[in-house]
Design a binder for this molecule. Structure first.
Ligand SMILES: *Cc1c(COP(=O)(O)O)cnc(C)c1O
Length: 366
């Protein structure tokens, strides 16, 4: 049971809006894969996927247990596991998850499993490294790879993918075009071994924004679904899906010279009113936001954080806000709030969203 008053509202309508926004950028036949890894970018992967299951062609998760959670919620949509390991192959097959195979270790382990179990055309995906240098076969691997795969009936290559290293960075356009060229030649080479056409895909959110000509047969949209493009203009066309809210637990009146919080980090220069909010650094509110660096919103006004961020609470200055104990507090409600938090803590929207702890209760609203 979780009856925490600090809640993350997942805005279903925002996600649908964002999905439609990307859909209208694409050819009508291009498939959409929704990336719901890391609890749906810190929201709730199962809730998001249940909501999207009839609206997208594929889901992707990073690790197999994330895919298992979707299957246990009765989601039947194909699920790509981006980072499978040989330790989870039986789980992958048991839950009908589809591995993205990236080296000979995992490939051989998977192929011997499908053969031993006498599986029929089990869906597999081949991941190629074209410059990110994270996971993937390299272009020289194609002949050996295709001979390892043979003409077996135990598996079927459903898709071939690669991942861009700097799709959001227009100053890296030449590098990205080289990656896409490499990928194109890999596809051509693989094609000479096959008598069917796997799904080809390379683009993430900012890839769709900057390189729509490379959409191939499918695109993989993550952060865009949750409201962030790779620049201000794109982000302004999207809707924020993560609304983090709480309530005022207690209000204090602090006299001049008194202090607030651990290490007495805040010393009142004048009569100050503070509100204590039940969210802290254990919930993903960085300590870097303490001491007037970060704010929350109460009755449409910014209330800046006073003193140090505690593990489970923050105190905020409400001297000029007319509010009461029990009032609603937005930790963030729009992209501007999230991007401000990211800039103060020296990070990106992805990290702000995925840092929201599992202690916080989640709701999907639509
Ligand atoms: C996380 C991930 C994505 C989604 O990226 P966004 O920038 O969030 O759209 C796509 N492809 C791969 C391989 C990923 O790991």
């Amino acid at each position: 049971m979780n009856n925490h008053v600090t809640v993350l509202e997942i805005e279903g309508n925002a996600i649908t809006h964002n999905l439609n926004y990307f859909r209208q950028k694409l050819h009508p036949e291009t498939k959409i894969l929704a990336v719901v890894k890391a609890f749906g970018y810190g929201s709730d992967g199962v809730k998001v996927a249940s909501f999207l299951k009839d609206k997208v062609d594929y889901f992707a998760v990073a690790y197999s247990h994330e895919g298992v959670a979707l299957r246990q919620a009765d989601i039947k949509t194909p699920i790509l596991v981006l980072h499978p390991q040989s330790q989870n192959i039986d789980l992958i097959v048991q839950y009908q998850l589809e591995p993205s195979l990236y080296n000979f270790n995992i490939l051989n382990a998977f192929l011997s499993f499908t053969e031993k179990q006498l599986l029929t055309e089990y869906p597999i995906h081949l991941k190629f490294n074209t410059g990110l240098n994270r996971l993937g076969f390299c272009n020289n691997d194609v002949p050996k790879l295709m001979s390892s795969l043979g003409e077996s009936k135990y598996h079927k290559i459903v898709s071939i993918l690669s991942h861009l290293a700097a799709s959001e960075d227009t100053s890296e356009r030449d590098f990205t075009l080289t990656q896409l060229n490499n990928f194109n030649s890999i596809i051509k080479e693989v094609d000479t071994y096959l008598d069917y056409k796997p799904i080809i895909h390379a683009l993430n959110t900012s890839g769709v924004i900057n390189y729509p000509e490379a959409q191939f047969d499918m695109v993989r949209i993550g952060i865009g679904l949750y409201g962030f493009g790779n620049n201000k203009e794109e982000t302004s066309k999207l809707k924020n899906s993560h609304v983090l809210k709480s309530v005022i637990s207690q209000i204090h009146t602090i006299k001049k010279g008194e202090t607030v919080g651990y290490n007495r980090a805040f010393k009142a220069k004048r009569l100050t009113k503070t509100a204590t909010i039940p969210i802290g650094h254990a919930d993903g509110i960085s300590r870097k936001l303490g001491n007037n660096k970060g704010y929350v919103t109460i009755r449409d006004k910014k209330a800046w954080i006073v003193g140090n961020v505690c593990m489970d609470m923050i105190m905020v200055d409400i001297s000029s806000i007319n509010c009461d104990e029990g009032d609603e507090v937005f930790i963030f409600k729009n992209q501007e709030d999230i991007l401000f938090m990211a800039s103060i803590t020296n990070t990106i929207s992805y990290e702000i969203l995925t840092m929201i702890s599992q202690r916080i209760k989640r709701f999907l609203r639509f």
